[in-house]
Write a protein that binds this ligand. Structure first.
Ligand code: KG4
Ligand code: ZN
Length: 346
């Protein structure tokens, strides 16, 4: 009972995640992050992320199996993120998953990281009420590595990419802007803190790809590089004038611009597709202002907003295991023995 027992491995960015699910129930969700190490460099260095995954993989696997109280022999399948993500980082997870699948003779599924984020919405902790599955839904995934709008009708068979960032990811924009303002990495939390006492209307920063001419081709795409440049110009100008930089106001105004674009486009996608449901995922969902604005505007638009618990919003292995379980239940063919990683997997 309860569905297939699946172990999932996630290593697309800087989190080494191993999760184990039985159907939609999360038995273990262990995460080792190299964020502290990355902080020394002010961002994710691919080579360092890959090395950190290699060190963390075995202990993370062992802790997940121990927490779930299952043996490898009991698993029905293994799932692993095949992309999108950092190639070297992905290879560590895929290599581990292949070794596990071969030695234990288990079917192996290489899965899409973004669809994993959507799956997170359907998972529940042991002892908690199962979460009702609400599809179709529009999903907005915002992290340090991606900014994507999806229309999800079916996890296995029908996920449509409506739009994505043409340059920086939303979290990356927070990280780079924090650096411009002399705030520590990761930038999201430090800008959130700095913005608390700031005036979000102090500076009118640009909202990328929202002009009428952009809306034709890029209605659901994002661009944050112009915003980043605008902040840089503002900092330069203030310094040239010999004035003091109002960090709180800049942080609040920047955050407002990002949140405004994200929520406007996501709700526009709901209206355009006629799907009155919006799911948020990714590390940027930790942003207070994003949650507040999304909640208020979704309600006004008659859109049901769903935000999974935070440990399922950020990169994790349970969402990958959960997607693996869906694939097993759907009778999907396991990935071929020689499947590789695809850092730009659509
Ligand atoms: O999903 P995640 O943990 O890892 C990946 O990037 O895949 O997301 C991390 C990103 C970082 O760019 C970080 O700055 C951003 O999420 N972030 C935030 C906040 N907390 C984390 N961005 C805005 N506001 C926050 N409070
Ligand atoms: Zn992610």
């Amino acid at each position: 009972a309860g569905g297939p027992l699946v172990l999932g491995i996630e290593s697309s960015c800087d989190e080494t995640g191993v999760g184990i699910v039985r159907g939609r129930e999360v038995l273990a969700n262990v995460i080792a992050s190299s964020v502290d190490e990355q902080a020394r460099y002010g961002g994710v260095v691919p080579e360092i992320a890959a090395r950190a995954h290699l060190e963390a993989m075995r202990p993370t696997l062992e802790r997940a199996l121990e927490t779930a109280g299952v043996r490898i022999a009991d698993l029905d399948a293994v799932a692993v993120t095949a992309g999108p993500g950092l190639a070297g980082a992905l290879m560590v997870g895929v290599g581990a998953a292949k070794a596990l699948a071969v030695t234990a003779r288990k079917p192996l599924y290489g899965v899409n990281h973004l669809v994993g984020h959507v799956t997170a919405d359907q998972l529940h902790a042991t002892g908690a009420e199962p979460v009702p599955v609400e599809l179709p839904t529009v999903a907005l995934l915002v992290s340090g590595g991606h900014t994507s709008l999806l229309l999800v009708r079916d996890l296995v068979e029908d996920v449509e990419l409506l739009g994505e960032t043409l340059d920086d990811a939303a979290g990356e924009a927070f990280d780079k802007t924090a650096r411009l303002l002399g705030l520590p990495y990761p930038g999201g939390p430090s800008i959130d803190r700095a913005a608390q006492d700031g005036d979000p209307t102090a500076i009118r920063f640009p909202r990328g790809l929202t002009a009428p001419k952009d809306r034709e081709r890029h209605r659901f795409d994002f661009s944050f590089s112009g915003l980043k440049t605008a902040v840089a110009r503002h900092v330069e100008r203030t310094e040239a004038d010999g004035g003091a930089l109002a960090v709180a106001d800049v942080a609040a105004s920047f955050r407002e611009a990002v949140v405004d674009v994200l929520v406007t486009k996501a709700l526009d996608a709901c209206a355009a597709t006629g799907v009155p449901r919006l799911l948020l995922g990714g590390g940027v969902v930790a942003n207070r202002r994003l949650r507040d604005v999304a909640t208020t505007r979704a309600e006004a638009a008659g859109v049901r907003l769903r935000i999974p618990p935070f440990d399922l919003c950020t990169d994790n292995g349970a969402m990958i295991a959960g997607l693996g379980a869906r694939l097993v239940e759907a009778g999907a063919t396991p990935s071929g023995a020689g499947f590789g990683v695809d850092s730009t997997l659509p």
